[in-house]
Design a protein around this ligand. Sequence first.
Ligand code: DQA
Length: 155
Amino acid sequence: MPTVLLLNGPNLNLLGSREPEIYGSTNLTDIEEQVSSALRERKIEFEAYQSNSEGELIDWLHKQRDADFLLLNPGALTHTSVGLRDAVLAIDIPFLEIHLSNVHQREEFRHHSYFSDIAIGVLVGLELKVICLRLSLLQIILSKNQYLHPMTDSQ
Ligand code: DQA
């Protein structure tokens, strides 16, 4: 059974109450539950983790080498963290970069990402609708083996 990870970075534990006009009003537990139940229906194992600490996010990723796919919202670390980028590269799991807000409509410092060039794709904006999109996309991605190990395929 394939395993999909959902990893959320700093301040995403505050979803629901944090700037709802930007991030929507759904909290992280509800998002994780929705993703979890939809994936389990599709016979896909699911693990979720959130931390406000860069080191904890990296340590958690190091333990997930056997997973098949990663949904990653690095939060503010998107724009700053070479360390988290290196951890994603080290475990060599294909991943989608996800942002609930449209970072390109926001401050200029949010326009650069340390993850987009190594992700198989990037989803930005749409708030909660991203979740539905994620799941449909995941079905496609997981059913197409060429996306499961893109590094090996391109070598
Ligand atoms: C975010 C966008 C980041 O710029 C911000 O720091 C976040 C959330 C998003 O989901 O829109 O914390 O990743």
